[in-house]
Structures are given as C-alpha cells and as structure tokens.
Design a protein around this ligand. Structure first.
Ligand code: GLC
Length: 477
C-alpha cells in the first residue's frame, strides 16, 4: 500500500471553475474533502488528489501553461495543452485541445460534438500521468463524460501498462450514457472489447466505464439498489446485477461551511438551530424581495434548481394549481426545459398574489429561499442523490420528497415529508400534510431543529471513498 495515494480525479465540471449542475459541486467538494481527511482517519496514509478538467472555453482562470503532448486521432496528432491552476492548494490541471476549445458550452445539444469532446478529454487525461511524471494510483472518473478513461485504462492494463492503477467510476445519473462511439473509438484505434453489455450499449462510454471500473459508486445507497431494477436500470439492470460485487453506494455531502445559516453573508439575518425565530425575518425579507404579500402565517413552498422532468416540476405545478382552497405561497428559481418554464410562468400569471417564478440561476437568491421558505418541493421521479434537500434542511426549510434515491437516504419523517409514488395524487397528499402540520408552530420548530442538526458534511462520505481506495489498492498489490 503506497504511503501517499495519488488520485487523478476526472470530471467535466467543478466549482468554482465551471458548474452546470450537482456534479460541479460534488467534484470539487469531494476532492477537497479527501485531501483534508483528518489524520485519525487517514492513519499514516496521505491522499494527494488532483483535479483534471477540460479547459472549456467558458473557464476564465489565470492558469499557467505546464506541458504539451499529443495523442493520435485518425492518423493525425492532436495537441493536448496542460495548464495548471489550484483550488485551495489542490493542483488542478486543465486540458485543452481543438475538440474542447472548438465548443462554446460545457455540454452541447449535439451528441456527436460532445462525444468528440469528451472522448478526446478522457483519452488525453489517461496520458497525463506519463506527461507529468505523475505516479497515479487511482483514476477516479465521474459520469459518462470521463468514463472512457476507465475503459482505456483497462485496455492498457490488459496490455501490461499502468498495471497498478485502480479505477473508480462515480455514477451521478445513469440515464446519461453518452452517444454510441463506435466511429470515434475507431479513429483513436481503441478496440471495442468483448463484453457482456447489451449490444446497443457496447460502444457507449458510460456502459464501457461500468464494464471496466474496479469500483462503481452510485451517489446514494438507495440509488445503488434502484439501478438493479428495470424502472431505474435503463436497460442495464441485468448487466449491473451481474457485476454487483463492484457496486457501492455512497451518499454525497454538502459544503457545510459555505452553506451555514449562522454565517451566510447572502442572508439578511443569520441564525442557528437554537434561535429559529430569527429565521422568520428572512421569510419577511424574501416575501418583500419577491413582491409577494408579506404574511408570516402563509406557508411558503419553494423549488430550486434545474427545471427538468426528472425533478417533477410538472407534478408540483399541477398539484398547486388544484390546491387553491388552502393558503400557500410558492417561489420557483431555476432554468431548464422551455416547456416547463412556460408552464411555470403560466401559473404565475394565474396566481400573481401567490406565485413567483424566477427563471435564472442566482446563488444568493437560492440561499435566501432556503432561509426564508418553509418547505422545499422535491417530487423527483428519480434522484441519484440530490443536494437541494440537504441544503434546505440545514437552513430549516423542510423538504417534501418522493422516496427515491438520495432523497430516501437523507430525509426522514422527523426532518421532512415523504411520499411513495411520483404522482400528483401522492404529492398532493404530502403537500396537504405539510400545510396542515405547519400551523402547529411548536411541532414545526422541533422538525426544523432536527433537520438543521443533521450532519451532511463531506467527512463521512470522503472517509468511505478513502476506504474504498485502500481496499482496491490492497487488492492490486
Ligand atoms: C446529478 C443527479 C443528482 C446528484 C448530482 C450530484 O445531478 O441528478 O441527484 O445529486 O448529480 O451527484
């Protein structure tokens, strides 16, 4: 077992360089938490985790050029430019090159463009240790964008190279598997291996990563179980089931220092679990800011995040529209599917005194909503982990959740409201239950305090990843 475990952490996005969704929070927070594991957890091992990201054209940093090398594609040499920057003293390598710089956004709507971009990134990243003389022990990839690196590593190991390098693939969202890469792989002279994957999945990056990784980690224990079933397994359930000995479930954490209502500078009034009464002032401030009637007794519901069918935005809008005989206010903050945005706008037009829809990304407003709203709606159809419910709880905003994936693992009947089916009926019952519980202020306070006191910091999850690295490296010696 090496004294220092060197980890190459590959992701498409990481805060604060570039963030589109939860993956961006997780990749920077988890890599940092692993580097900062307390000595009593690490024992005499050290963890040197370094982040490797595509040098997306939207990334603005003062990264300094560090190295150049090339990889071969279609008989031509493609240059890889490595720049170095850092995140709280963690080295961060940005990999640039034509397939990356030629695309304007992190993810494009063109699957073929993304396939070229992320195949180049994954294969370039695999050559990085050699270019930098970096003795990597663990390659830790995330989602389909970087899964090809795990597969290409396996091919290298089969041919006797990089033999001691273990691989981990964290699965944040199974349905996003990447496009068929038969042609792209051929252009890089990467064979499609014989595998027990279904035919349609044989040359897709995520399935290839699942086939190759020494460990696959779903972002919650419940999601790890769910993907073994036809409903959540996206056609890969039998394959995953056959390989279930490599499957793990480790729930994500949140950045408990940044998301701390007692110090959060974005809030008009800071507060703790001991003095939730101060929280009420944030509700008033939020109602004022949003132009909603200032009314402390009217329960305020919220939704924050990506507007996607996955998140059940349509279910929330449907239920609220039919529930106008009870008082409530509703604020929605986020962007996404234009059809859902339109439906949300329509609800606001119908109920201007109750509904505010803010179709944008606004980190400060999100925090003010967690600190001022009473309940967070998360009727996700599936949710590998989910971060908003954890942040909401930390701020005393009680989540109403569909019992699935990470929502099931992080919300209890003491800290929120759970319902079993992602249907309007089931959601309606849970919303009515929450709205009728709300006037009992003493009971509500108890739930709020219980929610605020749950420890969602990264320490526990980082420790589990560390133990997994150790186990894999013990096996490979
Ligand atoms: C994806 C999943 C979400 C998870 C996040 C970070 O966005 O949909 O459930 O919290 O990744 O792992």
């Amino acid at each position: 077992m090496p004294k220092t475990i060197n980890v190459m952490f590959l992701a498409a996005e990481a805060e604060p360089f570039v963030k589109v969704g939860g993956l961006g929070d997780v990749s920077s927070a988890l890599s940092s938490a692993l580097r900062n594991l307390p000595a009593d957890v690490r024992g005499d091992s050290n963890l040197d985790v370094r982040l490797v990201l595509p040098h997306h054209s939207v990334i603005k940093t003062d990264a300094r050029p560090l190295a150049f090398y090339s990889i071969e594609r279609g008989g031509k040499e493609l240059t890889v430019q490595v720049s170095e920057t850092s995140l709280n003293s963690m080295p961060v390598y940005l990999l640039g090159g034509e397939p990356i710089s030629s695309v304007g956004s992190v993810y494009s709507s063109n699957a073929a463009v993304d396939a070229e971009k992320y195949a180049f990134f994954s294969l370039a990243a695999l050559e990085l240790p050699r270019a930098l003389n970096w003795n990597v022990d663990v390659l830790h990839a995330h989602d389909w964008h970087t899964a090809l690196a795990v597969y290409a590593l396996l091919l290298k190991r089969w041919s006797g190279e990089m033999k001691g390098v273990a691989s981990v693939l964290t699965l944040h969202n199974l349905p996003f598997m990447g496009a068929d890469m038969t042609e792209t792989l051929a252009s890089y002279k990467i064979p499609v291996a014989q595998s027990d994957l279904p035919d349609w999945a044989r040359a897709m990056p995520l399935p290839l990563g699942l086939f190759s990784a020494d460990a696959v980690v779903a972002v919650s224990p419940t999601y790890a179980q769910e993907i073994l079933t036809p409903i959540f397994g996206c056609g890969l359930e039998d394959f995953i089931h056959r390989h279930r000995e490599v499957l793990h479930g480790i729930v994500n954490g949140i950045d408990a220092t940044s998301f701390d209502p007692s110090t959060d500078k974005a809030l008009p009034f800071q507060y703790t679990a001991e003095n939730p009464a101060i929280r009420e002032k944030n509700k008033t401030a939020l109602q004022e800011k949003l132009g909603l009637p200032v009314d402390p007794v009217s329960p305020m519901l919220a939704m924050v995040g990506r507007m996607d069918r996955q998140k059940g935005v349509d279910l929330s809008l449907d239920v609220l529209r039919k529930l106008t005989d009870i008082p409530w206010q509703f604020v929605l903050l986020g962007t996404g599917d234009p059809a859902l945005e339109e439906q949300a706008r329509k609800l606001q037009t119908e109920y201007p005194g109750r509904v505010r829809v803010e179709l944008r990304y606004d980190g400060a407003l999100a925090r003010q909503i967690y600190a001022g709203a009473d309940m967070l709606l998360m009727p996700s159809r599936y949710e590998p982990c989910g971060l908003a419910q954890m942040i909401a709880m930390r701020y005393g905003c009680l989540p109403i959740v569909h019992v699935t994936g990470g929502l099931s693992d992080t919300v209890t009947d003491e800290t929120g409201f759970r319902f079993k089916t992602a249907s309007p009926r089931s959601l309606r019952t849970a919303v009515v239950k929450a709205l009728t519980a709300y006037p009992d202020r003493a009971r509500w306070r108890i739930m709020q305090q219980a929610a605020m006191r749950v420890d969602f910091s990264w320490d526990k999850s980082a420790r589990q990843y560390f133990e997994l690295y150790q186990k894999l490296l013990e096996k490979s010696v």
